[in-house]
Design a binder for this molecule. Structure first.
Ligand code: ADP
Length: 858
């Protein structure tokens, strides 16, 4: 081998070695790099692990400290709990599964004070034995052994039933034991002394007491409750539903009122039970009565009370029965009184009538005085009898209102007309202020309305010695076509003391003292007024000031028959200004208001002299009252006729009829009654022309059915008045009257009138018709109540017999009781009426009015 070859070989070998070296170096480098990366990863891991360890350590520290805190807290709570248990009023104890005391609070241990063996470690049995042996528990009659065994046996039950024990101290404890999962027992002893006291009080109640829960289950009831519902007692157990208890009771006939309708009764009873408050009466099967009270409780339950009211009920029934009998007796008495007064009245009419006749015969002064006394006493007695009759009728419930259309204002004026003489005697002014806008035609019982006014206004006149009596009537239309009518009767009389005010509407009650013993009366007037107003659904009251006067008020609601008609007043154009001459301030005010309402201008003055002084500017009309302070109204008219010819004058007088003749001669246009009815006043104004009236014969006074309130000048316009014919032959009169005395009184009175008269007597309606058949008379006087055929029937028969156009005036002769039937009488075909007892003057007036005149059929 050559060198070069060797060299080449060496070089090749070297090259190969170098390549190998290079390779190995690269491998080494790669391995190095890998190693570096791994080392880096490793150091990262180490770092992370370290961080975790730090975290875990700190967490560990936190947990440890929290644990410490929790421990502290538990200790605190434990301490607090224990403290609470120690301060609790109720006893608390825990037994372990071996029935040995583990812990007990002082309240539990308190009854065992001084007995060291009762404490933690003591057995339940030992506790029981100590209770008995040391006399801590009051066994209330139970034997020791029995009690111990019962208490032991109860401990074995699951759940353990509650038990109430009573200690020698009188305290009550309710023991509630609960078994725990580990076999131990927690015992709670609650002091229920207060509750037991309440409960024993409830047990002591004479009444049944019961509580139901919100589901209507019986919570508790006392013994009286069970005793009252003795038939249902087996079902009355705590937990039973109200409905089940009722059903059981129903099956036992417990409830008298349910017999025969059990299901319906049950429905009603349950519904009542569910309503919020309940008060009712219940009759039990054994006849006893219970009053039931039930109230809802805030928790949805109900508490109830059952009171035995059997005794009260019996007394009540006896009272009702006694009241019924008393009322019956009172009705019988009233009926008797009504009959008696009716019977008494007939002879009284004879007494009064005969006295009146006797008075007209030749008597010495002394005799005349005696006769007057007889007559006045008789009349006074009649008033009393009439009051009693009315009152008895109302009491006996025999009085019924008879509603029909009537004229209220007219009634007021008619009542005043009757009272006018007394008022004039006493110098009293009677005033009426009837609201211009109030209707006057209403529907009601006119007789009874008149009676109310007669009583109120009559009293006002009776108890007033000077001043006035003012009747004010106002009203308000109601929606149903009725009006609320408001009346006041005001006087300036003696008044009524406050302590008597309540009294006077009672029966026979009078303000009895020295002041008014001078006033006669029955004390029934206001009682009747009150009863009548009650019957009408109204009210009556009084206000009064002793020494100054009284004001009686009355309010009734009446259907309106015809609306008010002021707008119908058509005054002559020439009538604008009116001068009122009247010295009474109220009168001036009333007249002024009335005339202003119809659109007139009114000026006023008090005396005739003042009026005459104003004649430089004369009004269109002067309205003067007759009784002026300085001269009479008539004299004023005379002077005016000279001073101011043609100036119309209207006079107002309480007695218009006596004035009319002379008034006409001095040119007075109208004489109106004072107070004047609105309608009369309006009619007078409507016909008031400025020209003087033509001289004309004096018309006759109107019969009362056609009111005298109509002004005289109406006759000018073809009015109702007609001159009375004085018949040459005797007046042919039939009197139908069953009572002989009354027949005689009538005959004597009629004969004493000084006009020729032939009287035919009929003893009843039948005979009256016969007498009429025989010969048509000029006039018939007809008693209303007669045997066989009464006056109304007889009149109807006569009317049926009458040929057309031949109307015989028939005048009813009635007793007071019939005055309410006045319109009924007129309806029956009679023309007028005369009230008993007969009075000569009245008889003369009626004969004058009707004799020789064919009445207009009504
Ligand atoms: P009498 O028949 O006594 O008038 P009333 O029942 O009508 O019976 O009245 C009862 C009593 O009321 C009267 O006796 C009187 O004392 C009193 N009284 C009634 N009205 C008035 C009045 N207007 N003024 C004063 N007292 C009155």
């Amino acid at each position: 081998m050559n060198l070069s070859a060797r060299l080449a070989e060496e070089r090749r070998a070297r090259l190969a070695a170098e390549r190998l070296l290079e390779l190995k170096q690269a491998e080494l480098f790669a391995a190095n790099r890998k190693l570096g990366k791994h080392a880096r990863a490793l150091s990262h891991e180490i770092h992370e692990t370290r961080a975790e360890i730090t975290e875990v350590r700190s967490e560990n520290r936190l947990v440890k400290s929290q644990l410490g805190l929790a421990h502290e807290k538990i200790e605190l709570v434990e301490g607090q709990l224990w403290k609470a248990l120690q301060t609790m009023r109720d006893g608390f104890a825990m037994y372990n599964s071996d029935a040995r005391l583990e812990l007990a609070n002082p309240a539990f241990l308190a009854p065992f004070e001084g007995i060291d063996s009762v404490g933690p470690g003591a057995s339940y049995r030992h506790v029981l034995e100590m209770l008995v042996e040391e006399g801590i528990v009051d066994l209330q009659g139970e034997r020791r052994r029995q009690w111990l065994n019962r208490m032991q046996a109860r401990w074995e039950m699951d759940p353990i039933p509650p038990e109430i024990i009573r200690l020698w101290t009188g305290q009550f404890f309710k023991i509630q034991d609960r078994r725990m999962p580990d076999g131990g027992v927690v015992s709670l002893c609650v002091d229920i002394t207060e509750l037991m006291r309440m409960w024993s009080a409830i047990e002591e109640l004479p009444d049944g007491f019961v509580i139901y829960d919100a589901e209507d289950r019986l919570l508790m009831c006392n013994e009286p409750y069970r005793t009252l519902y003795s038939d249902s007692a087996p079902a009355i157990i705590p937990g039973a539903s109200f409905e089940d208890i009722l059903r059981y009771g129903l099956s036992q006939g417990q409830y008298a009122e349910a017999v025969g309708r059990e299901e319906a009764w049950l429905e009603e009873r349950l519904a009542a039970h569910r309503s919020a408050e309940q008060e009712m009466e219940q009759q039990l099967g054994d006849g006893r009565w219970l009053r039931i009270y039930e109230r809802a409780l805030s928790d949805g339950g109900r508490v109830g009370l059952r009171i035995d009211i059997t005794e009260a009920k019996r007394t009540q029934q006896e009272l009702v029965e006694a009241k019924r009998r008393a009322e019956q007796a009172s009705h019988a008495k009233s009926a008797f009184l009504a009959n008696m007064s009716h019977e008494i009245r007939t002879p009284m009419n004879g007494v009064v009538g005969m006295a009146e006749l006797l008075r007209d015969s030749a008597l010495s002064d002394e005799q005349a005085l005696y006769v007057d006394t007889i007559r006045n006493s008789g009349e006074a007695l009649l008033v009393i009898i009439n009051d009693i009759l009315d009152y008895s009728k109302i009491e006996a419930a025999r009085l019924q209102l008879k509603p029909e259309p009537f004229d209220l204002e007219r009634i007021v004026h008619e009542v005043l007309l009757l009272l006018q003489p007394t008022a004039r005697e006493k110098g009293l002014e009677l005033l009426v202020d009837y609201d211009m806008f109030l209707p006057t035609r209403f529907i009601g019982d006119p007789g009874r309305v008149r009676q109310i006014f007669t009583n109120l206004v009559g009293n006002a006149v009776k108890f007033t010695n000077e001043g006035h009596v003012l009747i004010r009537i106002t009203g308000r239309a109601l929606e149903d076509g009725r009006s609320a009518v408001h009346v006041t009767v005001e006087d300036t009389g003696i008044g009524i003391p406050p302590d008597k005010i309540e009294h006077i509407f009672g029966e026979f009650n009078q303000v009895e003292d020295d002041r008014n013993r001078q006033f006669e009366g029955t004390g029934l007037g206001l009682a009747i007024t009150k009863r009548l107003t009650d019957l009408m659904g109204g009210e009556v009251w009084v206000e009064s000031e002793p020494g100054r006067g009284s004001c009686f008020g009355l309010r009734v609601e009446l259907p309106v028959d015809e609306p008010a008609q002021i707008e119908a007043a058509a005054l002559p154009d020439s009538l604008r200004e009116v001068l009122v001459v009247d010295d009474h301030v109220l009168n001036r005010a009333i007249l002024t208001r009335q005339m202003e309402t119809v659109g007139l201008t009114v000026s006023v003055c008090r005396t005739a002299a003042e009026a005459l002084g104003r004649m430089d500017e004369p009004p269109d009309l002067i309205i003067a009252e007759q009784d002026l302070p300085d001269m009479s109204g008539l004299d004023l008219a005379r002077q005016l006729a000279r001073a101011q010819p043609g100036l119309p004058v209207m006079l107002l007088s309480p007695e218009p009829n006596t004035l009319k003749a002379s008034a006409q001669t001095c040119g007075v246009r109208a004489v109106l009654p004072k107070p004047a009815p609105r309608r009369a006043l309006l009619q007078a104004l409507e016909t008031m022309e400025t020209d003087p009236p033509p001289a004309e014969p004096q018309p006759q006074p109107q019969p009362p059915a056609r009111p005298s309130a109509l002004p005289t000048f109406r006759s000018r316009r073809g009015g109702a008045g007609a001159p009375a014919a004085t018949p040459a032959r005797p007046l042919d009169v039939i009197l139908a009257e069953d009572n002989r005395t009354n027949q005689m009184v009538f005959r004597k009175m009629a004969e004493g009138l000084g006009r020729p008269l032939s009287l035919r007597l009929a003893g009843n309606g039948f005979e009256a018709v016969e007498a009429y058949r025989k010969r048509r008379p000029d006039l018939i006087f007809m008693d209303i109540s007669m045997p066989r055929m009464d006056g109304k029937q007889a009149t109807q028969q006569i009317r049926a017999l009458e040929p057309p156009g031949a109307h015989v005036p028939i005048i009813a002769v009635t007793a007071h009781a019939m005055t309410g039937d006045r319109d009924g009488i007129l309806e029956a075909g009679l023309d007028d009426y005369l009230t008993k007892p007969l009075r000569k003057q009245e008889l003369a007036r009626l004969i004058d009015t009707w004799a020789g005149r064919e009445a207009q059929p009504p």
